[in-house]
Design a protein around this ligand. Structure first.
Ligand code: ZN
Length: 436
């Protein structure tokens, strides 16, 4: 089975439910850029896909960065004079500033306030904050609860460890017919947050699971890595294989109900044209943005020293939805249906890239006689016979060994599936020969 057949036979509803179920399982885990939460997450993914986990020691130089100390946390709370937990890590792991240094002491309410983070515009939401590269401790709370902190002093405890260990990332490689690779990268460093980015983790895992048994043209590599430091670490350890990357997508924010948004690679690559083509013909609202050096790990893949053909396909991207990086990005913010639509869109892009070949007409002098070969009849029964016939003529005319099927689809203003179907038909009648 190939990707085109998978698209026809996959039960998208079931896949959406499965991705949502995985997110619900992973949601309670306190992940960060390092630590046991990441390991637990990868261990769960390894039940569904063939995942190799890598551990890179603290202190390892990776280009201009250094792998940081490993952070783990058991518990954290703020207690009032009655000994009640007024802020409690066990209720939500977002309550603790990520990478907080350990602390246990009594502080005056004024000092405590200096360590609190909240969002005045959304007083019922807990913000997600981190301090990876500067020693600090803090708590994140609902803004409306700040006013309730009226005691003179509070006991604070953050039972965390910040010590030499390692950075953990997961990698799933699927061999195809060629060594050329399609790279998918998703960040695994966020705690209890769903759209950003358990949705990306679940979609990437689902893609890996679906593609693994298929007959594939490209080889596929899925990276489950902490944001920024993870991609920089992977890039620094994989220099020899980078030239094999033909296409790449950063997978994030794919569970919300917003329109799809494609962010182009820096270098302007086939993946950009493929993704834009799929969105243009999907019959729904979408947006395409040029590359900007802000966002997710495409910043690293598209840094000038690599300039890889990596774009990013999301629904509503980072920073563009109010729930972003707050407790409101929860299991209610995403749906199985949105996830399944995102999966369908990704599969369509993959299918296009897998099938985007170049052909040469075997009968380039004048048009071949289509009627005598039964080709007009063959397209007559299709949902849109006129378009199918136009596709035959365009494919015959532009198949000079230089134009890909995507080139032809764009020039003819037809959808890729129609053009591919025409090419398959012509090739079956010996009128096209494949060129690499
Ligand atoms: Zn984020």
């Amino acid at each position: 089975m190939n990707v085109a057949e998978l698209r026809r036979t996959i039960d998208l509803t079931a896949a959406g439910e499965e991705m949502y179920g995985l997110i619900a399982e992973l949601y309670p885990i306190c992940r960060s850029i390092t630590g046991d939460g990441v390991r637990q997450t990868l261990a769960r993914l390894a039940r569904d896909i063939e995942l190799v986990c890598h551990e890179v020691p603290t202190g390892t130089r990776v280009f201009d960065w250094t792998v940081p100390r490993e952070w783990n946390i058991r518990d954290a709370w703020v207690k009032n004079a009655q000994g009640e937990r007024v802020i409690d890590f066990r209720r939500s792991n977002l309550h603790v500033l990520q990478y907080s240094t350990p602390v246990r002491r009594t502080v005056g309410v004024d000092e405590l306030r200096q360590h609190l983070h909240s969002i005045p515009e959304h007083p019922q939401w807990i913000p997600y904050r981190s301090s990876y590269y500067e020693d600090a401790w803090g708590f994140c709370i609902e803004h409306e609860r700040r006013a309730q902190l009226t005691d003179q002093a509070y006991e604070v405890c953050i039972d965390s460890r910040l010590e030499d260990g390692s950075l953990t990332y997961g990698e799933c490689a699927i061999a195809g017919g060629s060594d050329d690779e399609f790279l998918f990268s998703t960040h695994t460093c966020h705690p209890s947050l769903c759209n950003d980015n358990l949705s990306g983790v679940a979609l990437a895992a689902q893609l890996a699971k679906q593609l693994a048994p298929l007959e594939l043209r490209y080889s596929y590599r899925f990276l489950f890595i902490p944001g920024t430091i993870g991609s920089i670490t992977w890039l620094s350890r994989n220099a020899p294989r980078l030239s094999r990357i033909r296409h790449g997508l950063v997978v994030a924010c794919v569970g919300d109900g917003g329109a799809f948004r494609y962010k182009r690679s820096r270098c302007g690559a086939e993946i950009d044209r493929a993704s834009e083509h799929v969105l243009r013909h999907a019959g729904a609202d979408y947006e395409v943005r040029d590359f900007t050096p802000y966002g997710y790990d495409e910043r690293q893949y598209c840094s000038p020293g690599f300039d890889l053909p990596v774009g990013s396909l999301t629904r509503t991207p980072n920073d563009c939805f109010p729930e972003y990086h707050t407790s409101a990005d929860d299991l209610g913010f995403i749906t199985p249906r949105n996830l399944s639509e995102s999966l369908r869109c990704y599969l369509e892009v993959i299918d296009l890239v897998e099938s985007n070949r170049r052909y040469a007409s075997t009968n380039p002098k004048g048009e071949p006689h289509l009627g005598s070969r039964g080709l007009y009849r063959a397209v007559g029964g299709q949902p849109s016979p006129e378009r199918a016939q136009m596709a035959l003529l365009w494919v015959l005319n532009l198949s000079d060994g230089r134009h890909s099927l995507l080139d032809i689809a764009e020039r003819a203003q037809l959808d890729f599936d129609t053009v591919r179907h025409a090419a398959d038909l012509l090739a079956a009648h010996g009128l096209l020969a494949e060129r690499e």
